[in-house]
Each structure stands twice: as C-alpha cells, then as structure tokens.
Ligand binder design. Structure first.
Ligand SMILES: *Cc1c(COP(=O)(O)O)cnc(C)c1O
Length: 478
C-alpha cells in the first residue's frame, strides 16, 4: 500500500453503492414493473461500472473532485446514470413519429405509411387467421393465393409471388434462372440503390456471372446481342431509380430487348425497383416503369418493392409467366425468403384499393404525392394562425414560404413536387436546438433545417395528425 493513489482509490471504491443498494432505491424500484428485474440489474451494473471507471480516472488525474465523494453522492450519481441509460434504451424503441420533412417515401422513417384499410387488415390478422387454411374445405390452403390473384388481376401477369423485399426478389430470380450462367446487364444500370443494394453484388451472390455491356450513358440492342453467348441465361434490365443519366444517352427499349431475348431463347428480367401499379405521370413521375406495361412489352419476369410507390409494406413482388413463377416457388430459397401473415394482410388491402380504383384517395403515398400546392397553402396558413395564437410573443417568427417536397425511396430523383412550408425562426435559439427539441418530444416531430430556419412540410403530415403536431410545436417552442 505504498502508493497513496491506490489507497485513495480503494477508499473511494469502498463507498460505491452495491447492485442491491441501487436495486432497492425507489427510483429503480418504481421502474422494475416496466423494465423487468433482470434487465434493471444489468443496467444498474453498467451504471456502477461507469462510475468505477470515472473514479479511477479522477484519482489518476488528481481532479480534486475526490474529496467531494461520499457514499450518498456516489449513490445519487449512480442512480442518475441508471436513469440516463434507461432513457437511452427507451428512446431507441420503435416509435411513432410525425414526418414533417416532406420526403414522402422516407426510408429512415419506415418508407410508405399504410392506409387505414391496410392497418385494419394487420390488426384483423394479428391473431389466428386463414394464412394457410381453406374455409370452404376445412383443410390446408395455399399461403398467399388471394394476394397473388389480386396482383395478377392488377398487372395482367400469369403468376405472382411475394417475398421479403425487392432485394430478395432479385436474388431469388437470379439464383433460380441465372446460377452457373451469364446475366447480361447494361453498364448504365449497374447502380447502387438505397445504400446497400448493389446490382453487381446481388448478381454475383446468386452464382451468376455478370456480363456488362455498353457504356454508362449508351447501351444499344446490338450491344446486348453481341454479348449473348452459349452460356447466357438471362437479360437483366434494372431501373436505376435514384440515379438519372441525362444528356447524350441511349437505352434499348424493353420491347426491343424482349424481341432479342425471344429470338435467342433466353429470359428477360426487369427489376423495376419501385414500380407502379398505375400510371404515375400525373404526379410528375415519368420514369417509373408501369408493371403491366413492362409485362405487355415482353418482360418474362418483373420484380418491385411493396413499400415504395406502391404504398404498402416491406415486400418484394415477383410477377411473370406461370411456369417461371412456379419454378421460383419450388426453389428452397423461396421458403427462406417468404413473408408472414401481416405482410399478406397489408398488401391485400393495399392492392384492393388499386383494384377498386380508389388508391389515389386511400393509399397515403399517392394521396400525399397528389396534394396540390393550393391545398397545402390553406392547411399551412391555418397552422400558422393556430401557432401564432398559442405562442407567446417572444421573438418566434412563424411564416409561410414556398419550397419543394421530395418523393424519396429512390424514386423520381429529379422530381420535386412544389410545396408550401411553415418556417420557424427564433431569436436567440438556434434552429438546431429547435429541431432537436421537436425530435426528442413526447411524439417526435422530424423536420429539416434550411437557411437557418426549421421547416415543416405538411405534405407528409396526415390531416388527422395536425392537432398533435400543433401540440408538439407549442411544447418545443414554449
Ligand atoms: C429499391 C430497389 C431495390 C431494393 O428494394 P427493397 O424492397 O428495398 O429490397 C432493388 N432494385 C431497385 C431497382 C430498387 O429501386
């Protein structure tokens, strides 16, 4: 015990609260029904461990704080650490947020919000349901049969199949039809989508060899034709989604590729990405492949996402020829990538909206994209008045400015729907501080900052969330 520092540390460590001390403290006791005893014990241990490290650092660094330590102060600090650790866990739970960013398909915020019908369908199938049960015979039924019929009705395809997401769909299609052979793709379509979906990587994972043709900006039918050899199994067309090549460009049409693939006896597969079940030109989205058109143009198989422009849940939809779909269904990989009852429930309700031809007013993604600037102006104007009435006159400036929303989800990178924004600016408070307060509120409100103003875009806020938004704004700006 020659080292005075060691002696000091040992003395301080003896004052540290024990796990049991903390677990019986009222601040922890009241939370145990919510957290559970084992988990509370784990958090308490982490808090004590953090405190132990800090003590050692303070003593080694002669911080002078050591004299202030007492059994009580250390216990208070440990409890504060425990509370902070629990808070951090609690906010990382999946939470409802108000998306005021104006990004309609916001991947970080769960992509497409569901329609009330789809939400109801999820609740309705949460318990026991007819996932693989045929009510008319009382025997085992086929999983997904009804949704598949809706998808074939909607797209004109002979067959349909649903898997976990579009990445899974592409992987599955290429594994079943191109493994051990060559897949021909244009260099202009070897893109990365959404951060971690890279077309070449998926191709290689599937066991196919990638044969690149053409150049980044120009790929002609003759380029594909020259690349097709004995071992070529499939032509792949990928919708570049979040990426657009402009200027001196040329691209073989799907119909031309279909002619070529028929002549050569190989398959034509289009990964449409988002894809559209109805023509989205009226929303300014001129580049989105319409699934029914791709099939009519001669694509043998088309894949697309369930939670992008379609406006449903995460899923990958495969449509195409009956035989091809059945080959995919029989592959063991399909069993690994199939979806559960909640996905079927939500997609059934969503595709039914399209078939009833009321998707534009019932599927939120389409409703939001279709919102006119005049309507947004009315709603934003009302919001400005309501806030001005609620807030004290303390230098908060709330105004209405014009701006642009974003489609998101990798669709229409160059399409910026005109919008009206509520802009918040406050004397002596930074926009980052306001943004943070809104984000950390009881119901998090996600906003963006531009030109030193916090912006609220009502395009992505459903009307029935407006009251809630006003409350959250009032709290954050009080
Ligand atoms: C978004 C996208 C994917 C991936 O879709 P997920 O459903 O997110 O897996 C694949 N291909 C294209 C062309 C896309 O746009």
């Amino acid at each position: 015990m020659g080292n005075p520092q060691t002696a000091e540390l040992e003395a301080a460590l003896r004052m540290l609260p024990s796990t049991d001390d903390l677990l019986t403290a009222p601040g922890v006791q009241t939370l145990i029904p919510e957290i559970g005893r084992n988990r509370a014990t784990m958090l308490v241990r982490v808090a004590i461990e953090e405190l132990r490290t800090e003590l050692a650092d303070d003593i080694a660094g002669h911080s002078g704080r050591v004299e202030a330590y007492s059994k009580e102060s250390l216990s208070t600090t440990a409890l504060a650490k425990f509370a902070r650790l629990w808070d951090l866990r609690r906010v990382s739970r999946l939470r409802k947020v108000i998306n005021a960013t104006g990004v309609v398909i916001h991947t970080n915020l769960g992509r497409a919000p569901l329609s009330p019908e789809a939400t109801q369908a999820i609740i309705g199938s949460a318990g026991y349901c007819t996932l693989e049960y045929d009510l008319t015979t009382g025997r085992r039924g086929k999983r997904g049969e009804y949704l598949e019929s809706l998808l074939t009705d909607m797209t004109g395809a002979e067959g349909a199949l649903v898997v976990n997401n579009c990445a899974a769909a592409a992987y599955l299609v290429l594994t079943v039809f191109a493994k051990g052979g060559e897949a021909v793709v244009s260099r202009g379509e070897l893109v990365e989508i959404g951060g971690d979906f890279r077309v070449p990587d998926v191709l290689i994972q599937s066991g196919a060899t990638l044969k690149e043709v053409g150049t980044t900006n120009r790929t002609k039918v003759s380029d594909y034709e020259k690349a097709i050899g004995e071992n070529t199994k499939i032509l792949v067309r990928v919708h570049p989604s979040n990426y657009k090549i402009v200027g001196f460009t040329e691209k073989a049409s799907l119909a031309e590729l279909a002619q070529l693939s028929r002549r050569k006896g190989i398959l034509l597969y289009e990964d449409a990405g988002s894809g559209a079940l109805l023509d989205l030109v009226k929303f300014g989205l001129t580049d989105e492949p319409l699934i029914s058109r791709s099939l009519a143009d001669g694509a043998d198989i088309v894949t697309f996402s369930g939670d992008k422009l379609l406006g449903g849940v995460q899923a990958g939809i495969i449509v195409g020829g009956k035989n091809l779909i059945e080959q995919i269904r029989k592959h063991p990989l399909y069993r690994a990538l199939r979806v559960g009852k909640l996905v079927y429930a939500a997609l059934e309700a969503t595709v039914e909206s399209y078939l009833r031809e009321d998707a534009e007013s019932s599927v939120p993604v389409l409703k939001m994209l279709g919102l006119r600037k005049e309507r947004l102006e009315e709603r934003t104007g009302d919001l400005v008045l309501r806030l001005q009435n609620k807030l004290s006159k303390d230098g908060t400036v709330i105004e209405m400015i014009s701006g642009a929303s974003v489609v998101g989800g990798g669709s229409g990178p160059d399409v910026r729907p005109e919008t009206v924004l509520l802009a918040i600016n406050r004397a002596n408070v930074s926009p980052a501080e306001i943004e943070n307060k809104l984000r950390m509120g009881a119901t998090p409100v996600i906003t963006r900052i531009e030109n030193d103003k916090v912006l609220i875009d009502l395009r992505t806020v459903p009307e029935d969330e407006e009251d809630h938004l006003v409350e959250m704004l009032a709290v954050a700006l009080s």
